[in-house]
Design a protein around this ligand. Structure first.
Ligand code: GLC
Length: 616
């Protein structure tokens, strides 16, 4: 979406004149007393005036549609027109076929044209989870997951990552990102620990700079996408780290630990906030009017709009599916847009009934619409609704991949380095092993091409092994066997790249311990048996229970989930970049210490903030 050129200004004024004429002729609005020229289409008017004018033209159906967000697989463009749908989403991995940038742009434009065919021409917003790059799209640059970015302690870098992500989205038209997660991960058994920038509120608060990168200095920039602070509030504080569980804290504790990152996000002008599936002291967040309306919108002064999570309203009464009462409870709590992927027609019907029965006041519906429409005006969607395909060339660009590589290097945390085994020498004979050494899918983790992610060459990128081969000198030897077969004492060093297989959300909850997989331990033992120094790289979404194994390892690096640019790991291994990452989470001495966090008096293996350099 470009800035307004003179030609664009002329065409807009012409459009405005035409619409004024149409409005006078009675088109462009519901059958009512002539509302006069469509002022809401005049970009030079203040957003508030445009919202007022448009709202005054909207029927109840128009307003209910704006509050409805189906998933792309369950709504056609024609239904977007007919039901006046305000937004469509791609859930994790829900991509057009073929999964190419052009297909994404075609899909987006298809929905947008349909939305603009509605009587009031209200553009649709399209939402995705671009949580570490535009990660549903093959070819996008995949950045380190948030836990690695937390280790960098570099908010300026994180802002640039937001801007790069927004550029890669803008080319496809997608204008709403369900990111950043500003959760404070307090129990590493939680399957979404890697989506957190860290276990103390200061880290996610610091990294809300990503919002500036995504939204731009003002929302109406050529690559601005709406950011979403999620999940409000306390998603990372549940008992046992159970995803969608219950956060049992006095209000003082909730405010001290989990609220500050949302305050920071609001202060940065975040456009949307997504409600958490979790509960606070037994009450589902999706019906918590005090926290959503009184605290978030009132006390924090949030003027954007609140979106539910995916089928989040289904869980309010603890039974499958949703009822009219749950719809009313969620909307009255302050949820403005409901992510109701499949049963969106039923949602619209229930909300209409709730309004007609007086269970949901029209003032609440109007407030929700004001909030949603204001963001659409601020994003410039009425003026530049279609994908700006000029940005397609930024997708997976060398510049973005170089930025990601730098982020990978800065995220590496050196936890052990006996006898200075690292950095490697260019001429070293190196043996590389492990399931995560040569696998883009393993090093990217969940939310990559598919919701859960998966092993394999899932998208273009550079594996950690590729990076090592590139970094090693011309006369070096780099051998590789996933299981370590073939290693012997002729090598200077052996590197085991091991950790976790990809997962997302509750699929990653670990209640049976946080130890390494048996295959990984076997590989490491095989390398050790060769009698050469062993360097272990942990490719994982969280700290793992490795204290018992550590004495047998010569060096240990937490690589987290680096994404597509594996060279960044090799940059640190060969000293082309100094390790400067510091732990964003406390590293347990034993899995049964969880939850273990800074200042809780427990004795960890490595404390929050720990990280060695090559000078140590
Ligand atoms: C998921 C996640 C949320 C995501 C949404 C849409 O269940 O909880 O983080 O934004 O659904 O994919």
């Amino acid at each position: 979406m470009h800035r307004s050129s003179p030609r664009a200004m002329r065409s807009r004024l012409l459009a405005f004149g035409m619409l004024a004429a149409l409005a006078l002729a009675g088109y462009g609005g519901p059958v009512r007393a002539d509302p006069g020229p469509a002022r809401y289409l005049a970009p030079q008017l203040p957003v508030r005036d445009r919202v007022d004018d448009l709202l005054g033209r909207m029927s109840l159906d128009d307003k209910l549609g704006q509050m409805t967000q189906p998933e792309r697989r369950y709504v056609t463009p024609a239904e977007v027109t007919r039901y006046r749908i305000g937004s469509v989403l791609s859930s994790g991995g829900s991509a057009p076929e073929p999964n190419t940038p052009e297909s994404w742009a075609d899909m987006y434009d298809g929905y947008q044209k349909a939305a603009l065919a509605g009587p009031l021409r209200i553009p649709v917003m399209y939402g995705v989870d671009a949580v570490h790059g535009d990660n549903n799209m093959v070819g996008a640059t995949i950045f380190p997951h948030n836990i690695g970015l937390g280790a960098t302690r570099d908010p300026a870098l994180v802002r640039r990552i937001g801007a790069a992500t927004a550029e890669e989205m803008a080319g496809t038209g997608v204008d709403w990102n369900f990111a950043p997660c500003v959760c404070v991960a307090r129990d590493d058994r939680w399957g979404r620990t890697y989506e957190s920038f860290g276990e103390v509120p200061e880290l996610p608060s610091m990294m809300t700079t990503i919002i500036d990168g995504l939204q731009g200095d003002t929302l109406g920039g050529p690559t601005s996408v709406l950011a979403t602070a999620k999940h409000f509030v306390g998603d990372g504080g549940t008992e046992g780290g159970a995803d969608r569980g219950d956060t049992r804290l006095p209000e003082e504790g909730l405010r001290a630990v989990h609220l500050p990152p949302f305050r920071a996000a609001v202060e940065r002008g975040v456009g949307a906030v997504m409600v958490s599936y979790s509960s606070w002291n037994g009450l589902k967040m999706h019906q918590n009017r005090y926290l959503i309306t009184d605290v978030l919108k009132g006390e924090l002064g949030f003027t954007g709009f609140v979106v539910s999570d995916y089928n989040g309203i289904d869980e309010i009464d603890g039974k499958p599916g949703f009822t009219k009462d749950e719809v009313a409870a969620a909307v009255n709590a302050g949820i403005d847009m409901v992510m109701v992927p499949t049963e969106w027609r039923r949602f619209i019907g229930y909300l209409r009934d709730a309004v007609k029965d007086g269970d949901v006041p029209m003032s609440r519906v109007d407030d929700a619409n004001r909030r949603i429409l204001a963001k659409k005006f601020e994003l410039g969607l009425f003026e530049r609704p279609m994908a700006d395909r000029g940005y397609l060339r930024t997708i997976g660009s060398a510049a973005h991949r170089a930025l990601a590589r730098r982020a990978v290097a800065e995220s590496q945390v050196l936890l052990k380095n006996d006898d200075g085994v690292l950095p490697l020498d260019d001429g070293d004979r190196v043996f590389v092993a492990g399931r995560s050494a040569n696998d883009i899918g393993m090093q990217s983790g969940g939310w990559t091409i598919t919701w859960q992610g998966r092993p394999g060459p899932i998208t273009p990128g550079t594996t950690i092994l590729d990076g090592i081969r590139e970094a090693a000198g011309p006369d070096a030897t780099v051998a590789y066997a996933e299981d370590g077969a073939g290693v012997d004492s002729s090598y200077d060093v052996a590197i085991a790249v091991v950790g976790e297989t990809p997962y997302a959300e509750y699929h990653g909850d670990r209640t049976d311990g946080l130890g390494l997989d048996g295959a990984d331990l076997k590989t490491i033992d095989r390398l050790r048996a060769a009698g050469v120094p062993v360097v272990v790289l942990l490719v994982s979404g969280r700290p793992l229970d490795i204290a018992g194994n550590l004495p047998k390892w010569d060096a240990l690096v937490a690589s987290w989930l680096p994404g597509t640019e594996g060279e960044g790991v090799a940059d640190v291994l060969y000293g082309d970049a100094d390790p400067k990452g510091r732990l964003p989470v406390t590293w347990m001495r034993s899995g049964d210490q969880e939850p273990i966090n800074k200042g809780d008096g427990k004795k960890p293996l490595f404390p929050f903030g720990y990280g060695l350099t090559y000078d140590d």
